[in-house]
Design a protein around this ligand. Structure first.
Ligand code: SAM
Length: 291
């Protein structure tokens, strides 16, 4: 019997008297090839320190621990902790942390593990709780967690948004934010049929490989991201209109900024590359400073 088989998951939930919680995004994988796909896609080796987000009953944790040097799994649901103690009892390279990943000091965990001799490379994996996919990914990237890659399953629509580029309707602020920090690769698509309970949507696994240097080098990172948000906030409008008010600049001033950046003011956010956003924000910061 495999841990990911529906009958085993049902038996565990009966014995431990818990119900899978929709509000915690508990859709457990029931297909061994998907579990293998995540671990192989992440390229986990015995040197790695793996951080897993949301282990559930430990199906991915066990598979990762068989390949990695060490696995630290962060699970919010206290009811799953005794389950994980049972299902992962055969491994001596796993540490379970019972906390909310959004409130967890991940850098701190990595430092603690390094002090114990588990330096990594650090690889992050998970079948993410869908209700907080974007906040989790943004936390990892914005907090500069020293990870080499993040290989995670998410709702297919979110994966499509993250990996799309200029010219696509799915391209948006999240695509720019993730691609600023990472190169993005789709590892596989996953049908909704292989989860318990079955979600309403299909999924995909993305591997985000953290770049040594971001894909653009804006003079002011905060201003760059607020430019991206302002432009996509009103994505149907031309840049001249959507950016008016950005850094308190008037329409005329935005026109001048776009001119200087060599960008047609009639274009829309979804046509801009990351480098073009960076050029606009640099010119705007300069103008705002000299006003
Ligand atoms: N890894 C298991 C699997 O693939 O079968 C479970 C994945 S399930 C989609 C998401 C897991 O994340 C659940 O175990 C859930 O309890 C946990 N979770 C939800 N919110 C969380 C949070 N804020 N911090 C840590 N874990 C969380």
């Amino acid at each position: 019997m495999k841990l990911y088989e529906p009958s085993v998951i049902k038996d565990i939930s009966n014995r431990y008297d818990f119900r899978l919680s929709r509000s915690l995004g508990q859709n457990f994988i029931t297909d061994g090839s998907v579990i293998d796909g995540i671990v192989v896609g992440a390229g986990i080796t015995e040197e790695d320190l793996v951080i897993e987000i949301g282990p559930g009953i430990g199906v991915l944790t066990a598979r990762a621990a068989a390949s990695a040097g060490r696995v630290v799994a962060v699970e919010i649901d206290g009811k799953l902790i005794p389950v994980l103690k049972e299902t992962l009892a055969g491994y001596d390279n796993i540490r379970i942390v019972n906390s909310d990943i959004l409130k967890t000091d991940i850098k701190g965990i990595i430092e603690e593990e390094a002090a114990r001799g588990f330096k990594g490379p650090v690889k992050i994996i998970g079948n993410l709780p869908y209700y907080i996919t974007t906040p989790i990914i943004m936390k990892l990237l914005e907090e500069d967690v020293p990870a080499e890659s993040i290989t995670v399953m998410m709702q297919k629509e979110v994966a499509d948004r993250i990996r799309s580029g200029p010219g696509s309707r799915a391209y948006g602020a999240i695509s720019v934010a993730v691609q600023y920090y990472c190169s993005v690769e789709e590892i596989m698509k996953v049908s909704r049929e292989v989860f318990i309970p079955r979600p309403k949507v299909d999924s995909a696994v993305l591997k985000l490989t953290v770049r040594e240097k971001p894909s653009a080098e804006p003079a002011d990172k905060k201003a760059f991201f607020s430019c991206v948000r302002a432009a996509f906030g009103q994505r149907r409008k031309t840049l001249l209109n959507s950016l008016t008010g950005y850094l308190d600049l008037s329409k005329g001033e935005i026109g001048a900024v776009l001119d200087e950046a060599g960008i047609d003011s009639r274009r829309r956010a979804e046509t801009l590359s990351i480098e073009e956003f960076s050029r606009i924000s640099d010119r705007a910061v300069e103008l705002a400073k000299n006003k």
